[in-house]
Design a protein around this ligand. Structure first.
Ligand SMILES: Cc1ncc(COP(=O)(O)O)c(C=O)c1O
Length: 467
């Protein structure tokens, strides 16, 4: 087995070899500019772009002409929010969004506030979900845009987007949805959801980095945007710039593969995620699932570990590439000024801890893999000599947040138990609080993960692309 095992698929995914294969001819042989109308190379490039546009449109059930290519979801979010606000400024100056949006939306809102736009940041309930009722109540006669994400990039919860879309339609307000984490992972249908604008990106679905799309509704209503990049008038004037044909071809191919493989793969990966969750929960005390139990992405697992800082836990678990997220202590934070990645896990305005997280806990975001790009728990990179050795490296927590309340109890195989009981008594005695050894916990986690990985490998057999 090669290490590290990549479990951070919310941040990005490896490219599917079939995507790369589709892209390759467009770098050298078919290098034309899709806007060149007078020769073969231009026509070829344009045809490839239009084919990709159709593949992408099919995945989200829209017309190909409603897809505007961008450099990624960050740009799509910027174009949607700033473009709408500038276009419809005579109609109103109020935008509704949610406190747990990605920073591509929140920071854009912050920039809009500086221009005099009023933004309502809705809180989420303990399960991480925004309430459609709260959306309805926040609407004023000045509201011109609602922007609510489909699936949260930290805890994977799926917001009630169809209900929010219905409310927006009833009230005649444009509805933007950042569906970056949802597209390709769960069915997304812009008609059923009644969204008017939708952002997504290729690199979260086994496509290349550097290309994304904004869906812009053409009919019922026809949405208009003020472009944020001026130039040659590409993409129906909404986004100028020479199209990156190879990236777009890759994006199209990635969408086609998702369309074909998502229904079966998402079921299978959800079953594996559930197994991993059960194993972690059964073997480690004091860990908690963040977010709604069932209304979540099939490949997401987000767990808090008591008494441990995420970075510290991962320092000794280098065999798995995943993201620690720190839960900040309870405090009212300014939602309009989120500057840390963990803003989504902060407690909001004196409400219950967001997503059910409790303060001072390490949070691990585990993003598993749809296997069409290879194996289920993706092994990233070549083997670098990680043998059993690193498993035995102690993980040291720089700080222990115990407060005398509980205990740390690792149930690792073999030699871990003694260390665990030592840790527990250290906690109880209040000693070694700054350099607590949590090896059993890290070790158990990785052993369980490897176990699941091995089981998955056996199951996928021929689909494993040589990993
Ligand atoms: C929900 C969400 N929106 C936007 C983005 C930004 O996407 P990109 O990297 O394509 O700009 C991300 C990436 O993490 C995301 O998860």
């Amino acid at each position: 087995m090669k290490f590290p095992i990549f479990m951070d698929n919310h941040s990005t995914t490896p490219m599917d070899p079939r995507v790369l294969e589709a892209m390759l001819p467009y770098f050298i042989e078919k290098f034309g500019n899709a806007a060149s109308r007078n020769h073969q190379l231009g026509w070829e490039a344009e045809e490839a772009v239009e084919n990709a546009r159709k593949q992408i449109a099919k995945l989200i059930n829209c017309d190909a002409k409603e897809i505007v290519f961008t450099s990624g979801a960050t740009e799509s979010d910027n174009l949607a929010l700033k473009g709408v606000v500038e276009m419809y400024k005579e109609k109103g100056d109020h935008v509704i969004t949610c406190m747990t949006e990605h920073r591509a939306v929140l920071d854009t809102c912050k920039a809009l506030e500086k221009r005099g736009i009023k933004v309502t940041y809705l809180p989420v309930a303990k399960d991480g979900l925004v309430s459609p009722d709260d959306v309805r109540k926040a609407i004023t006669d000045k509201t011109i845009l609602i922007s609510i994400m489909m699936a949260n990039n930290e805890i994977g919860v799926i917001h009630p987007v169809a209900e929010i879309g219905k409310i927006a339609k009833e009230k005649g307000i444009l509805f933007h949805c950042d569906a970056t984490q949802a597209v390709g992972k769960i069915p997304v249908d812009v008609e059923a959801l009644k969204v008017d604008l939708m952002s997504f990106t290729a690199h979260k679905i086994y496509g290349p980095k550097g290309v994304g799309a904004l869906y812009v509704r053409k009919k019922g209503p026809r949405v208009r945007l003020v472009p944020q990049i001026d130039g040659g008038g590409h993409e129906r004037g909404m986004r100028s710039g020479t199209l990156p044909v190879p990236l777009i071809v890759g994006f199209g191919k990635a969408c086609e593969l998702c369309q074909q493989e998502m229904p079966t793969e998402s079921k299978r990966i959800a079953a594996m995620r559930d197994r991993l969750q059960v194993q972690i929960m059964e073997n480690l005390d004091e860990c908690y699932l963040n977010g709604h139990q069932t209304q979540r992405l099939p490949h997401n697992l987000n767990i808090s570990f008591a008494y441990v800082e995420g970075e510290a836990l991962l320092m000794g678990v280098k065999e798995i590439a995943l993201e620690p997220r720190r839960v900040l202590p309870e405090r009212a934070s300014d939602p309009a000024a989120p500057t840390q990645p963990e803003h989504q896990l902060r407690v909001r305005r004196g409400r219950s801890p967001a997503h059910g997280c409790q303060g001072n806990r390490a949070v691990l975001r585990i993003g598993l893999h749809l296997s069409h790009a290879g194996a289920v728990l993706r092994v990233a990179g070549a083997g670098r000599g990680f043998g059993p050795g690193p498993l035995l490296h102690p993980v040291r927590a720089r700080q222990v947040h115990d407060g005398g309340r509980g205990r740390l109890h690792g149930q690792a195989d073999g030699g871990g138990r003694e260390a665990a009981s030592g840790d527990v008594s250290a906690l109880r005695d209040g000693k070694r609080r700054d350099r607590l050894e949590i090896r059993p916990m890290g070790r158990t986690l990785i052993l369980k993960a490897l176990h699941v990985w091995q089981a998955c490998r056996g199951e996928i057999g021929g689909k494993d692309h040589g990993l």
